[in-house]
Structure formats: structure tokens, C-alpha cells
Ligand binder design. Structure first.
Ligand code: HEM
Length: 416
């Protein structure tokens, strides 16, 4: 691979043998930016199921379904806390008195038992009943966004629909102003850009998000309304009232999760549908297949890569991992692993094993999955009903972004 522009390679640690090394920059790998899931399939074909890359300060990557499933579920050996507790305490002591709070995205950056207390505070708002109540609001918004471009016979589907739909639903849910959609998206793009793996840089970027949300969070404390921020203010954790710091931690996580996930699920799926007129015709003729199609799209195009920290020296994937080694795990890899799925590259509504892990596995499994599924099901139904057969625009390329989220940034499509 040509290494120009990639992050500089870190020295290979003594415990990493040459056979474990595969050169992969998860942010800027050229193949990933050209066609992310094809590149993931190529890596599955040529790299070990768990490998070490020297890019981005050097880290492990688990790609096979079994390895990914194990890392996701084994929180005792693979911690979500980016540094051991004693280091975290030492880092906090180094901050000057009165320094702004550095957001810790809770509950995603905590291990049990603390994790459960913070997750419970969010659970009711994202449960199936609360989410189902939003169906008509989501349907009306999806219809409005599609109708706004229906006569144009072409659009960038990300800018026109995939981005505003989930982002506006989420901002309304939180009680944040919809007019700030564009500023908020810029903040999330900046957070997830290369450099996020550097703890100081990541803290600075998260602080920027907390600053952007601070006014709205304080406003709901003083004047509660019918929204998620007000609901969270009313929650107690361990019998203690909510604090501004914990509110910032919750809101920064929800902001990242709400603003850069469903967009990409839509982007990858609509790209697939645009290239597969038979599938469009089948789903138009029988919309009852749409929920199954949503699941198969999530499997075929899983797009999140997560990080954990090894808590002890261990043997994993045939290699020796040292305590505090960073381990990334690719859900896209899990979804496309030929060792787990029959013909993983095929979009197959009739496959026997449908249990994908696009929403993760174990204690951190996605809290937003009911919301995401509802948005995807409603959107595909509205799209197939309101637009005639659509196709990729041969004159304009699709824009992709790498990193923790394999993102679709632009998706030019056309119809007659
Ligand atoms: C298709 C869309 C989505 C996908 C593929 C997705 C994927 C994931 C994954 C893989 C995790 C596990 C993280 C880990 O193990 O460290 C996760 C956690 C989480 N997700 Fe999602 N997500 C999506 C949409 C959403 C939405 C819309 C929200 C809320 C607005 C949300 C909120 C969360 C939260 C709060 C967690 C943390 C749960 C915990 O730590 O216990 N997600 N998501």
C-alpha cells in the first residue's frame, strides 16, 4: 500500500510478531475511502482474523465474527474505560482547579457495575414503547423530505433525506433547536476526524460539543419541558440528584450516537437499493418484507468500529496481547466474515441465520436500536412508495469517510 498521507507508523512492540502485522489506517486507508465494505472483505481475505497495525499509534484490530463477538461481550478482559482507573484519577489530579469538565461519554465509556447505573437512566426513553409513539412524526418528516425533492429527478440523498431525517428526529427528542442541524453535524464530523484517538485532542473536541450544548442543558434544568434533556435532569443516580457534569457526559454521547449513525445505515442501504432495481421492485410489491430488508442491510453493511483496552496480558486470536493494548473491533468485518455467514456478500432475505451484531453485543449493546430500526423501516417504506425506480448517478461519485464510523457523505441518485 502507498503510505502517503497516512498516519506515521508506530514502532512494532516486542510482543507483536511480524506475522501479526497488517498495515491498515482505519481513517485514511485508500481502499476504505473508495468502497468501505469491499475493502473490509479484502482485509478479511488477506489479513489474520486479529491483526496489529502500526497506524494511529499502533493497535490491534479484530475482524472475524468470532473475535469481534468475544471482544464485545468480554468486558472483564476488554474494558471500555480508555485508561486504568488509577491513571484516570492521576490525570484528573493534574487538571488545574476550576478547569472545565472533560466529558466522559457515559455509559459507553464505563464498565460494569458503574455502567449499569448510567445505562438505566437512559433506558426508558429509548425503550420500544416510547419509541413506537414517534412513528407518525417520523413518517410525516420522511414524507416531507422526499416530496421536497421528488420533482427534481436527482438529489444527493444524504443531504436531502439521510441526514435531516434522523438528525431532526433526534434534536426534537432532545429538545434541541432543529435550525442548528448544520453546526451540530460539523461538531460531530470534527470529533470523529483523524486525531480522535489522541486522548487530549479527543477531550478538547468533546469539550467543544459540551460547550455547544451547555446553554440548552442549563435551560432545561431551570425550565423543564417534555423532552429527553428535561427527563434526564429529573433522574437520580445512586439516589443522588443529577449534576451538570453527568448531564454533559450523557448529552455528548447521545449527540454523537444520534447524529452519525442512522444517516450511514440509510446511506449504505440506499446505495445498495439504487444499484439493485429488482430489490426495489420486490419491496415495492411487498412492503411487508421491509423489516427483514432493514435487518439484512444492517448485517451486509454494518459500519461501526469500536475500541476496548486489554485489562491483562492474554492470548487472543493466536497472539500475545499486553495489558493496556488497544483493541479495535470491526462490526463491518463481523457482518461480512465468510467463516460465519454463507455468501456474506449476497443480500439475501431468506438466510437462515439472521442474528447480526450491527448494534454491538454484550452490556453496551445499542440503546438506540429501536429508534434506529423504526426510522429505517418508515423511511424505506416512504421512499419506495413516493419515488419511482431510482439509480446511482453515473456522473457523480459517492463520497465515503473512514474511522470509527464507515460513513456515506454524499450519495448522488437519479430517477425518471
Ligand atoms: C443504525 C444506527 C445505529 C447503530 C448501527 C448503532 C450502533 C451501536 C453500537 C455498535 C453500540 C455499542 C457500543 C460499544 O459496544 O461500545 C451502540 C451503543 C449505543 N448507542 Fe447506538 N447505534 C445506532 C443508533 C443509535 C441511536 C439513534 C442512538 C440514540 C440516539 C444510539 C444510542 C446509543 C447509546 C446511548 C449507546 C451506549 C450504550 C451503552 O454503553 O450501554 N444509537 N450503538
Amino acid at each position: 500500500m502507498n503510505g502517503v498521507g497516512l498516519s506515521p507508523p508506530a514502532p512494532q512492540p516486542g510482543h507483536v510478531p511480524d506475522a501479526a502485522v497488517y498495515d491498515f489506517d482505519m481513517f485514511l486507508d485508500p481502499g476504505l475511502l473508495k468502497d468501505p465494505h469491499e475493502r473490509v472483505r479484502q482485509i478479511l481475505g488477506e489479513a489474520p482474523p486479529v491483526f496489529w497495525t502500526p497506524r494511529n499509534h499502533g493497535h490491534w484490530v479484530a475482524m472475524s465474527h468470532d473475535a469481534v463477538f468475544e471482544v464485545a461481550r468480554d468486558w472483564q478482559r476488554f474494558s471500555s474505560e480508555s485508561a486504568p482507573r488509577e491513571h484516570q484519577a492521576a490525570m484528573l489530579r493534574m487538571l488545574p482547579p476550576g478547569a472545565p469538565h472533560v466529558p466522559r461519554v457515559r455509559p459507553i465509556s464505563l464498565d460494569p457495575p458503574d455502567h449499569g447505573k448510567y445505562r438505566a437512566a437512559l433506558a426508558a426513553a429509548f425503550g420500544p414503547k416510547a419509541i413506537k409513539a414517534r412513528t407518525e412524526e417520523i413518517r410525516a418528516l420522511a414524507a416531507r423530505l422526499i416530496e421536497a425533492v421528488a420533482d427534481q429527478r436527482r438529489c444527493d440523498f444524504v443531504a436531502a433525506v439521510a441526514e435531516p431525517l434522523p438528525v431532526l428526529v433526534f434534536l426534537r427528542m432532545m429538545g434541541l433547536p432543529g435550525e442548528r442541524l448544520a453546526d451540530f453535524r460539523v461538531l460531530v464530523h470534527k470529533l470523529l476526524a483523524p486525531g480522535v484517538l489522541d486522548p487530549m485532542e479527543s477531550a478538547r473536541r468533546m469539550r467543544n460539543i459540551a460547550d455547544a450544548l451547555g446553554e440548552a442543558i442549563r435551560a432545561r434544568r431551570d425550565d423543564p419541558r417534555d423532552d429527553l434533556i428535561s427527563l434526564l435532569w429529573a433522574t437520580e443516580i445512586d439516589g443522588e440528584p443529577m449534576t451538570m457534569e453527568i448531564m454533559e457526559d450523557f448529552c455528548v454521547l447521545l449527540f454523537i450516537a444520534g447524529l452519525d449513525t442512522v444517516i450511514n445505515a440509510i446511506g449504505h442501504a440506499v446505495r445498495h437499493m439504487a444499484a439493485d432495481p429488482d430489490l426495489q421492485a420486490r419491496l415495492r410489491a411487498d412492503p411487508s418484507l421491509i423489516p427483514e430488508a432493514v435487518e439484512e442491510m444492517l448485517r451486509r453493511y454494518s459500519f461501526v468500529t469500536l475500541v476496548r483496552r486489554a485489562t491483562e496480558d492474554m492470548e487472543f486470536g493466536g497472539w500475545l496481547l499486553k495489558r493496556n493494548d488497544r483493541v479495535m473491533f470491526s462490526l463491518a468485518g463481523a457482518g461480512l466474515d465468510p467463516g460465519h455467514w454463507n455468501t456474506p456478500e449476497a443480500f439475501d432475505l431468506t438466510r437462515d441465520d439472521k442474528a447480526h451484531i450491527a448494534f454491538g453485543a454484550g452490556v453496551h449493546r445499542c440503546l438506540g436500536s429501536h429508534l434506529a430500526r423504526l426510522e429505517l423501516q418508515v423511511l424505506y417504506a416512504e421512499l419506495l412508495q413516493r419515488l419511482p425506480a431510482f439509480r446511482l448517478d453515473p456522473e457523480q461519485p459517492i463520497g465515503f469517510r473512514g474511522g470509527n464510523v464507515l460513513a456515506v457523505e454524499t450519495l448522488p441518485i437519479r430517477w425518471d
